[in-house]
Design a binder for this molecule. Structure first.
Ligand code: AMP
Length: 372
């Protein structure tokens, strides 16, 4: 092997990064509590304690992460002797919604008006100044819509505070009346080269991404603006690796919701659907190699497998379906794998979506408006 990359976290994102790294003679190792994690099939897992952290640091040339809430103290330990991409600064900002939203504002990337909330009085004031409805969120630690409360009436203040008051610091945001949710993923190399994949249109079920359509239908006019926002972030942070920006589409244009300093679920389609996937380009960037083309081969729909596995043979018998399983056991709400639909003729995509929906164990309403 030519190089070893140490990855904080050992979930499916690490697994797919390591799968992309192998053909480049790059080995991945992982720092993760669960030694039977999805990444374990691809490389050794160091399970967190101080001694293991030192061994993990010693055993890789350069570092990255797939777990956004990687403790900053662990990163501090490592940056004394080695490099991590993306940087500690980018990670610290992405871990805190207040820092993140302030950065968006500073860089003139539109965001819903927001206010920091540290007491019940602050929440009253937020309701007064922002107007209802508002979304109250934990500033740190939330994911998949957890740690959030939508306040629609003044009576909701007490309920929201009872629910989230213990999880300070909080952020209150104006509720955005969006028509759809999209994400843009980009990669920046060590030489400053930036490449961007097309916008994904993202559909959620119970707060979890259910499926993404790429390119997002009717998004030609949104794409340049989204590219400008993410490029501004990448340059400002001197970022290396893949960055994701989640956006709301509104009548007034795009509003940034949050960024993820890593490869993203809405980019899984790129394994088959792009010339170079988000995983391979991330590995290339971290290893200091030239970036690959982010051009789309054909439009795709990526469907998450959540909670229950479908019958493998049924999925594989669909022409144009690519199955990715993460070696995880079934549990409600858990991402167990994904399926990328990419028929040779993209006019067949809506019919293929219908065929897939019929064989999935969980009900799924796939949007079939696919006018590019
Ligand atoms: P987040 O954890 O910030 O990604 O939020 C999870 C989901 O909540 C988003 O995908 C949106 O569907 C919804 N959401 C978050 N913030 C807002 C907002 N300010 N206005 C309306 N919906 C929101």
């Amino acid at each position: 092997m030519d190089k070893t990359i140490g990855i904080f976290g050992g979930g499916q994102l690490g697994r797919m990064m390591a799968q992309a790294a192998l053909p480049l003679n790059i080995q991945c190792i992982f720092f993760e509590t669960n030694t039977a994690c999805p990444s374990a099939a691809l490389g050794p897992v160091f399970s967190p304690d101080k001694q293991e952290l030192n061994a993990f640091i010693e055993n890789a040339d350069v570092f990255s992460l797939e777990f956004e809430n990687t403790p900053l103290e662990q990163v501090d330990e490592l940056i004394q002797s080695k490099n991590i991409h993306p940087s500690r600064q980018a990670l610290a900002i992405a871990q805190n919604r207040l820092l993140e939203k302030n950065l968006f504002k500073q860089l003139e990337i539109p965001v819903a008006p927001f206010i920091a909330v540290n007491s019940r009085d602050d929440l009253h004031q937020a309701v007064e100044s922002l107007g209802l409805p508002i979304v109250l969120k934990t500033a740190t630690g939330g994911y998949d819509g957890k740690g959030q409360f939508v306040l629609r009436t003044v009576e909701d203040i007490a309920k929201a505070w009872a629910d989230l008051g213990h999880a300070k610091p909080l952020i209150a945001e104006s509720f955005v009346h969006f028509s759809r949710e999209v994400s843009i993923i980009a990669v920046r190399g060590q030489n400053g080269d930036v490449k961007t994949w097309p916008l994904a249109e993202n559909h959620h079920h119970q707060g979890i991404l259910s499926h993404s359509i790429v390119p997002a239908p009717n998004s030609k006019t949104l794409q340049p603006t989204a590219e400008q926002y993410i490029s501004t972030l990448l340059q400002h942070l001197n970022y290396v690796g893949v960055l994701t920006l989640e956006l709301f589409v509104t009548d007034d244009g795009l509003y940034a919701n949050e960024m993820a300093p890593r490869v993203h679920n809405s980019g899984h389609w790129s394994i088959e659907g792009a010339v170079c996937s988000q995983f391979e380009n991330h590995i290339r960037a971290v290893a200091g190699l030239p970036l690959g083309s982010t051009e789309v081969i054909r439009p795709t729909v990526m469907v998450n497998i959540i909670g229950k596995h479908p019958n493998t043979a049924d999925v594989l018998s669909l022409k144009g379906a690519h199955l990715h399983l993460y070696n995880k056991s079934e549990r409600e709400g858990r991402k167990l794998g994904h399926i990328t639909l990419m028929p040779i003729d993209d006019r067949e995509l809506p019919a293929l979506c219908h065929a897939l929906a019929k064989i999935l164990p969980e009900p799924l309403s796939l949007t079939t408006d696919m006018s590019w």
